[in-house]
Design a protein around this ligand. Structure first.
Ligand code: SF4
Length: 63
């Protein structure tokens, strides 16, 4: 399982990056990059929190 972003919906507000800065990063053009998308034991909680708290519901966990 991995987390994915819908770039058409993301508004680059950085909420996910604030929750999990080692996983999500905005570049200088405000494009969100997911550096570590795979849900592992040590990242799943952070990723699920970011998915739940994205104000635009732009993140989803996919197979
Ligand atoms: S929290 Fe959602 S809208 Fe904000 S940067 Fe992350 S994916 Fe985009």
């Amino acid at each position: 399982m991995r987390v994915a972003v819908d770039p058409q919906i993301c508004e680059a507000n950085g909420v996910c990056m604030g929750i999990a800065p080692t996983i999500f990063a905005l570049d200088e053009d405000d494009i969100l990059h997911i550096d570590d998308p795979v849900l592992r034991a040590e990242t799943a909680t952070l990723i699920n929190d970011a998915v739940a708290q994205c104000p635009r519901a732009a993140l989803s966990v996919v197979e």
